[in-house]
Structures are given as structure tokens and as C-alpha cells.
Design a binder for this molecule. Structure first.
Ligand code: FMN
Length: 216
């Protein structure tokens, strides 16, 4: 693959939210997860797990759980202040129920040796507590899972599949973890909904000059 092919792959990928009914072969899903695990990850700890759900009833159950929590949040009096946005969000909360496949991405967390030292000192050392706060503001486990998800989305795109990265279902974290019966040390990071695309949306990006700064 030359640079142009790589650019085309990266720029051509879009989040897909409408899918054909066509089944996605398990081998493709397994290959995408396999390649996802080649992503950089903190300490090469690889504390991630991927639960690939093809069974419609289970996807429906997760979508119902997410919808219920969204409905609940939207019904709280504080929602009135942002009514229009909240309603739009609520209406779209469970569109992934139509996806032929839904992948749960989980992580068991990661503690570097530095975290261990900081945790041992945080109760009596303000500086250690502050540094631990910095580390917790950018969790390695979540960044690692994100690297895997990014890789998987590109692989899906190359396979002719369309996927979307979903963090909003985290609202129903407890319910989804129960539905998928995950061990208690595994934490839901996100879902990925996948299938053969039935839409071809376009998106723009800011110009690189708006987001880059060199320090020479
Ligand atoms: C961390 C993260 C969380 C996201 N969560 C959601 C989500 O909950 N629901 C959704 O429809 N899209 C979600 N997306 C997809 C973004 O909306 C999408 O990537 C963005 O609009 C850019 O569009 P593109 O992926 O087609 O380039 C998420 C993307 C990322 C990276």
C-alpha cells in the first residue's frame, strides 16, 4: 500500500449509522479484532476484551437499556433547559438496534509502576495526589482501547463494512455489562455497531493549519 492508498483509506472512512440486513461473516469480524489488537497500548498490557454480538435479541436488549436510560435523563426537570438538544439526543439514542453486529469493547484497566507508587502515597502527599490526578485525567486503558477501535474502524472500511464508534451507550454501562455477562473487573468503554453500509455520508475536517502548531 502506498501513501495515496493509505490516505484514501483514512479519508474515505465515515461513521455509518444505517446498514443493509446482509449478514457479516464472523471471519471478517475476527480479523478486525485481531488487527485491532496490534494497536499501540499502554505497557503492551492488552487488558482489552471484545464481545462480538451477532444475536439480534441481545443487540435489542442493549438498545432498549440505552433508550430507557436516555428517556429517564430526558424526563428529569433539568432537561427542560436544553429540551431541543436533549430530545434529539434521546431520539437517536438506540439507532444501533438496526446494526447486524454490535461489538462491546471492554478494558480491565491498567496500572503502570508509577501509578502504583502514586496510589501508595496519595493519602498523605499532595503532590503525589496531584500527579495521580493528571494520570487519571487521561487513562491509559481508555486510550489503548481507543487505539484499537480506530484501527478496527479502518479495517472495517477496507473490508467494505461500515461502522460507528458509540460512547453514548455508556449511560447504560451497568445494564450492558449485565446483558453481556462480563466479569466485574471488565469495564465497558464503548460499542461499535457494524454492518454493510446503507448510506454514504460525507464529512469535512478543519484544515490542518487550524489545528497544528510547530515548535522548531
Ligand atoms: C470517542 C467517540 C465517541 C463517539 N460516540 C458516538 C455516539 O455515541 N453516537 C454516534 O452516533 N456517533 C458517535 N461517534 C462518531 C462521531 O460522531 C463521528 O466520528 C464524527 O461525527 C465524525 O464523523 P466521521 O466518523 O464520519 O468522520 C463517536 C466517535 C468517537 C471518536
Amino acid at each position: 500500500m502506498d501513501m495515496q492508498d493509505l490516505e484514501r483509506l483514512i479519508q474515505g472512512r465515515r461513521s455509518i449509522r444505517q446498514w443493509k440486513k446482509q449478514e457479516v461473516p464472523a471471519e471478517l469480524l475476527k480479523k478486525a479484532v485481531e488487527l485491532g489488537t496490534w494497536a499501540p497500548n499502554g505497557g503492551n498490557y492488552q487488558g482489552w476484551r471484545f464481545i462480538v454480538v451477532k444475536r439480534k435479541e441481545i443487540i435489542e436488549k442493549m438498545a432498549d437499556a440505552v433508550q430507557n436510560v436516555s428517556d429517564k435523563i430526558a424526563s428529569w426537570p433539568e432537561a427542560v433547559k436544553w429540551q431541543e438538544d436533549v430530545n434529539r439526543y434521546r431520539k437517536n439514542a438506540s439507532f444501533f438496534r438496526n446494526a447486524p453486529v454490535c461489538i462491546g469493547v471492554f478494558s480491565s484497566g491498567y496500572q503502570s509502576p508509577m501509578d502504583k507508587v502514586l496510589v501508595a502515597r496519595e493519602s498523605f502527599d499532595r503532590e503525589a495526589k496531584e500527579i495521580l490526578g493528571f494520570r487519571r485525567s487521561a487513562p491509559t486503558a481508555i486510550q489503548s482501547a481507543a487505539a484499537a477501535v480506530t484501527t478496527m474502524l479502518l479495517v472495517f472500511h477496507q473490508m467494505g463494512l461500515g461502522a460507528v464508534w458509540l460512547v453514548s451507550p455508556i449511560q447504560a454501562k451497568k445494564e450492558i455489562e449485565a446483558i453481556l455477562n462480563v466479569p466485574s473487573k471488565m469495564e465497558l468503554i464503548c460499542l461499535i455497531a457494524v454492518g454493510y453500509p446503507d448510506e454514504f455520508p460525507s464529512k469535512n475536517r478543519k484544515l490542518v493549519d487550524q489545528v497544528i502548531e510547530f515548535i522548531h
